[in-house]
Design a protein around this ligand. Structure first.
Ligand SMILES: [Zn+2]
Ligand SMILES: [Zn+2]
Length: 148
């Protein structure tokens, strides 16, 4: 049994958890929101696994969740996950607003808000605990892909 409850179902589950980060830029904001979750296999499989094993090819402007075209109306959402025995998953998902909202709600409901990873040149640009975040991430094996 794991020592910690799963971020989603809140149960202590057998086996190693996946380390998941779900991130996005709120509309009109330069401040990224990123939530970290530790998910048991069941929760990962039911919510996130279909996003990278479904029909989405990884780059088309279609929603990975429902498959509709999102070139005109998308809410990009970023998933980084490290799955025991599988490896790293890093996705930049052009999600439709409806599915982006539900994935973001999933992240905020169970996840822990991470301090934004900023350059640190401006003391007003991020929370003070930003400096401590990097080694923590590195120890989890997560190296978020920089986008744009
Ligand atoms: Zn769970
Ligand atoms: Zn969708």
């Amino acid at each position: 049994m794991s020592l910690f409850p799963c971020s989603s179902c809140r149960e202590r589950q057998p086996g190693k958890y996946s380390n998941v980060t779900i991130a996005w830029w709120p509309e009109g904001s330069q401040q990224r929101k990123a939530y970290r979750l530790k998910l048991c296999q069941t929760c990962y499989m039911s919510v996130l696994w279909p996003l990278h094993t479904g029909s989405w090819d990884g780059f088309s402007l279609t929603c990975p969740s429902c498959g509709i075209g999102t070139s005109e109306n998308m809410l990009p959402t970023f998933l980084t996950a490290f799955l025991p025995g599988y490896g790293k998953v890093a996705l930049e998902m052009p999600m439709c607003p409806k599915d982006a909202d539900s994935l973001r709600a999933f992240a905020t409901a169970g996840g822990e808000l991470l301090p934004d990873r900023v350059g640190g040149q401006d003391p007003d640009s991020g929370p003070q605990q930003g400096k401590e975040a990097a080694p923590q991430w590195a120890s989890l094996g997560i190296t978020p892909r920089e986008v744009r």
